[in-house]
Write a protein that binds this ligand. Structure first.
Ligand SMILES: [Zn+2]
Length: 273
């Protein structure tokens, strides 16, 4: 059973205290936590970390009735019927695959959720307000941009998950010059246009590009990989620029990977059907 003392030791041994921590985790990988996900959250916040986790919600997704941007990772002729839940920034409105820690963090008294109708982040800690600057529906990774530009200590921590669950890789794609896809979402009853990351199933191909930057540690039963934020992003952006198809997943017909490898969204519009 993982205890708060062990979490403190992990944070201090790996010099994570007082830094920004982008945490991506499979909660079960810890093998049981005394006090639940809140113990992990309180461990980081108690060591003056600012936590950043994705809190995405896909069920509010909709599409315009006609075709739209070219090279946008979607075949407009095959857009399925969607349920289109109204996203009202409710703390229950988070995808299950985001995991137990982001879900618990959403309800934490010190946490703030960024305003984005699909790709919101949940942030807690002293630097939360700074990191939320410049957020908008068409700037989904503004928090990562702020971390990258600040020059202050920041880390990516992957606990029991691999690069396919590492959202900052999408920011590296953007830094490499790719234009993110646009989607549409029902937000407080209005349809808004949003920016969104592409397919991440091929991100495991990038392991070798960052293996020299990783620190491997244990937290409970979880194998944890820790990377300094900026060198991690720089290494991946350089690799994606040099070899764009490195991010392509195993499905050769994946339209999101095809379009992103080709540079992402074009501002040209396709003809309406
Ligand atoms: Zn793909």
């Amino acid at each position: 059973m993982l205890t708060s003392d062990q979490i403190n030791e992990f944070i201090q041994t790996n010099n994570l205290n007082s830094s920004v921590v982008c945490l991506h985790s499979a909660y079960k990988s810890f093998g049981g936590v005394d006090g639940g996900p809140e113990t992990i959250i309180d461990g980081f916040l108690g060591n003056d970390c600012t936590m950043v986790c994705p809190a995405f919600f896909y069920e509010s997704r909709t599409f315009p009735p006609t075709a739209n941007y070219q090279n946008n990772g979607v075949d407009y002729a095959k857009v399925p019927e969607m349920r289109c839940v109204n996203y009202q920034e409710n703390t229950e409105q988070i995808e299950a695959c985001m995991g137990a820690i982001p879900r618990a963090l959403l309800k934490h008294q010190r946490a703030v959720r960024s305003k984005h109708a699909g790709g919101s982040f949940i942030v807690a800690g002293d630097r939360a307000i700074d990191l939320l600057e410049s957020q908008s529906h068409l700037n989904v990774y503004s928090i990562y941009k702020n971390i990258y530009q600040s020059g202050k200590d920041a880390y990516i921590v992957l606990a029991g998950v691999d690069l396919t669950a590492c959202t900052p890789v999408h920011f590296a794609e953007e830094l490499a010059g790719r234009k993110l896809f646009r989607r549409w979402s029902v937000f407080h009853g209005q349809i808004v246009e949003i920016e969104e990351g592409s397919c991440s199933e091929g991100f495991g191909n990038l392991n070798e590009q960052v293996s020299h930057l990783e620190t491997v540690a244990k937290l409970g039963d979880s194998k944890v990989k820790i990377y300094k934020f900026r060198p991690f992003i720089d290494a991946l952006a350089a690799a994606i620029k040099t070899q764009p198809d490195i991010t392509h997943c195993a499905d050769p017909s994946c339209i999101r990977c095809q379009d992103m490898v080709a540079g992402g969204r074009s501002d040209l519009r396709v003809a309406s059907r």
